[in-house]
Design a protein around this ligand. Structure first.
Ligand SMILES: [Fe+2]
Ligand SMILES: [Fe+2]
Length: 271
């Protein structure tokens, strides 16, 4: 059961005067990744082959992710009528694929897989909260509000199963931390850069460095301290650490400084 539908979005309130073209680029890229959620469900269904309950949950989850892609694509088309989602999405999936034939989690264990899932939902929930606060366009604001709420629910859902699998399989604190750090590190990998390229520069050739910089410059700019702080709390919780203590304060300060530094550098490069 989805918590909202595309019909509930107030499309007629779309205000072209409040559209920020830089944010349109981010929305187009996000639509690619979200719409690809079905593929990730295929992977999760294989990794959790004998857990029928979790497979049902993963199937419903993917439908929500696909709907995120549909909503974002429809908004992007309003903002830029020349945007061809089908062509862009085909280009995205032709160049970027997740391991659909895996029999085991690429994280080494099911508990590890669920830690990684929690980190991804942490990232998306803070990203859409930040995007919601960064845009003045009322329809996009509403879409982001809905998506951010879904992403937070997804985090809670995967966290519930994480606790179950931690009881069953066990996972040392060190391995749990390793999965968290690995998954955070992957946020600068190909997926987002390729989505940004396929969505915004379909007629050009993929250049990883160029498009990961272009994506990062725009994405990092939407974050404010409160989004970072909340995201770090969620990531710490998924890692089994205290969410809101000194470690959060320290990491938030560090992450905000990193973001500022990167934005400055990327602006200077005109990425
Ligand atoms: Fe999503
Ligand atoms: Fe999600």
């Amino acid at each position: 059961m989805k918590h909202w539908t595309l019909e509930q979005i107030p499309w007629n309130r779309f205000d072209p005067a409040r559209v920020d073209p830089e944010i349109v680029k981010l929305v187009k890229a996000a639509a690619m990744v979200e719409f690809n959620g079905g593929d990730y469900a295929t992977y999760l269904n294989r990794v959790f082959a004998d857990d029928a309950e979790f497979r049902d949950v993963a199937t419903d989850w993917a439908q929500e992710e696909v709907q995120h892609g549909q909503a974002l694509a429809r908004w992007a088309k309003l903002a830029d009528p020349s945007f061809d989602f089908e062509i862009a999405f085909r280009s995205f999936t032709a160049g970027y694929a997740i391991p659909l034939d895996a029999e085991q989690s690429i994280r080494g264990s099911r508990a590890g897989e669920l830690v990684a899932r929690c980190i991804v939902e942490t990232g998306t929930s803070s990203y859409y909260s930040a995007l919601m606060d960064a845009t003045d366009e009322p329809v996009l604001k509403e879409i982001c509000r809905n998506i951010a709420a879904d992403e937070l629910r997804h985090y809670k859902l995967f966290y519930t199963y994480l606790k179950r699998y931690l009881d069953r399989e066990g996972l040392t604190g060190w391995r749990r931390l390793k999965v968290t750090l690995a998954r955070i590190g992957e946020s600068e990998d190909d997926e987002l850069a390729y989505a940004y390229f396929a969505a915004n520069h379909p007629d050009e050739t993929y250049d990883r460095k160029r498009f990961s910089r272009a994506y990062a410059r725009r994405a990092y700019a939407v974050y404010r301290r409160r989004h970072v702080e909340k995201g770090i709390a969620m990531a710490l919780k998924a890692t089994g650490l205290t969410p809101n203590g000194w470690l959060n304060r320290w990491l938030t300060a560090l992450a905000c400084r990193f973001l500022q530094f990167r934005i400055k550098k990327l602006n200077a490069l005109n990425a």
